[in-house]
Write a protein that binds this ligand. Structure first.
Ligand code: HAM
Length: 416
């Protein structure tokens, strides 16, 4: 877990601002769910034998004996809220958007943290493949707005309760015949969650994966037609996608479409920036009505890491605008400056200051460093006369003006 220091805040601000704009454009309403939920919500929703629940959940026992968990993702909590507040009675599809901190007890490494942040979009109550394509489009656009260039979208369909059990059996039989060629982790996964083996990055498992039966060849008619539609919509939207038959995702609630988005850089392909898919049975499984759903989430820290790497060549974070610097000299001037500073706030003009400093030279140096266009100087004489000196920082030209006129005057100058 890490601190988000002041120098990183503009990056978070920028990512959240883009997310808010995308949410508004596509008609998503914001929702905030608690950071702590009943642990069972996640074990039922995400799946008991997934890494997230089995190894990565931060659990805690309350004094009353309840077993709670810090949320490792948004989807299950949002689905719980959708059920609890009868949101299926609202006009559907219902589009919900959330952003904030999540917790996974992972092995910390670059781009993988124990407290991290996501931007999450979910659509409830619509089974059409248009939504799957639109969710992918939304994450693609979001990353494009943040100036990501070589984005790769990977998609797959992992079927549903009609066709997946048969495929799992087929895959299980095949894997058993190759058990000795699998890594230790996959031998364990084989019994609990054979699909996850398709996701394994171990060298040893690659030849086994390459010859494994593929789920897209075993989809039922309905899943097949749905997947075909999704791909047609993606073609229509001209999104650059690849089919990845090994993409299964690490959460059990998915049905049909799954996707992940990566950036291809000179150093090769980085870890996923966003991922998601359709989850048609989650709401029912958690005790709600039958409500199809689809969504995804993007990792804020991973986005910021990539943005920072290219920040040297491509500035996307504008420096905070402080065109005016208020400098003061002497006790009376300091008091009057405090008041003047508030006048600027009322006029919504951003002004920098250094009230703690007494030397005028130091203050003007600060103004210079900040790139301020004007310094307003209030010395003992000006404080007594009720005037202010306006200094043009570029030319050094100075003029004196009545204090009550200065906010108006600066407003005019800034407009120019
Ligand atoms: P996820 O793939 O587990 O999906 O996470 C989505 C994104 O969150 C990842 O692509 C990654 O960018 C980021 N992320 C995940 N774990 C970490 C970590 N430990 N440190 C930093 N970033 C991380 C979900 O969470 C699903 N709930 C997405 C979804 C929404 N599916 C349907 N609706």
């Amino acid at each position: 877990m890490h601190d988000i220091l002041p120098e990183d805040q503009p990056f978070f601000g920028k990512v959240y601002k883009e997310a808010d704009e995308i949410a508004e454009f596509y008609g998503f309403q914001k929702i905030d769910t608690p950071v702590v939920e009943d642990a069972e919500l996640f074990s039922r929703g995400i799946g008991l034998s997934t890494d997230i629940v089995e190894k990565e959940m931060f659990g805690l026992r309350t004094k009353g004996g309840d077993y709670l968990a810090l949320r490792p993702e948004f989807t299950a909590g949002i689905a719980r809220s959708y059920i609890e507040h009868g949101m299926f009675n609202m006009p559907q599809p219902l589009k919900l958007y959330s952003r904030g901190p999540l917790f996974r007890y992972e092995h910390p490494q670059a781009g993988r943290y124990r407290q991290f942040h996501q931007v999450d979009f979910e659509v409830f109550g619509e089974k059409s493949a248009v939504i799957d394509a639109q969710i992918i489009q939304i994450f693609y656009n979001f990353l494009k707005e943040l100036k990501f260039k070589n984005l790769i979208i990977e998609v797959n369909s992992i079927g549903d309760s009609q066709c997946r059990p048969y495929y799992k059996k087929l895959l299980g039989n095949y894997l058993r015949s190759r058990e000795n060629s699998l890594c230790a982790d996959c031998r364990r996964r084989m019994r609990e969650n054979p699909l996850r083996i398709l996701d394994c990055k171990e060298e040893k498992c690659q030849p086994v994966k390459a010859q494994a039966p593929q789920i897209v060849d075993h989809l039922c008619e309905q899943c097949n037609a749905h997947f075909k539609s999704v791909l047609e919509f993606l073609d229509e939207l001209e999104l650059p996608y690849h089919l990845n038959p090994y993409l299964v995702r690490g959460l059990d609630y998915y049905t049909k479409t799954v996707f992940e988005i990566f950036e291809d850089t000179e150093e090769g392909r980085q870890s996923a920036l966003a991922g998601g898919g359709r989850f048609d049975s989650l709401v029912k499984m958690l005790g709600g009505k039958d409500a199809p759903a689809c969504g995804g989430a993007a990792g804020v820290e991973r986005i910021i890491r990539a943005v920072k790497e290219r920040a040297k060549t491509d500035q996307i974070i504008p420096a905070a605008e402080k065109k005016i610097f208020l400098a003061q000299l002497g006790e009376l001037a300091k008091r009057k400056s405090l008041k003047l500073f508030e006048e600027f706030r009322k006029a919504r003009i951003s002004v920098a200051e250094s009230f703690g400093r007494d030397s005028l030279k130091t203050q003007l140096r600060s103004a210079d460093r900040l790139g301020s266009e004007y310094a307003l100087i209030l010395g003992q004489k000006e404080a007594l006369d009720g005037t202010v000196i306006i200094r043009d920082m570029k030319t050094g030209h100075q003029e004196t003006i009545k204090m009550e006129k200065v906010v108006n005057e600066m407003q005019k100058r800034l407009r120019k």
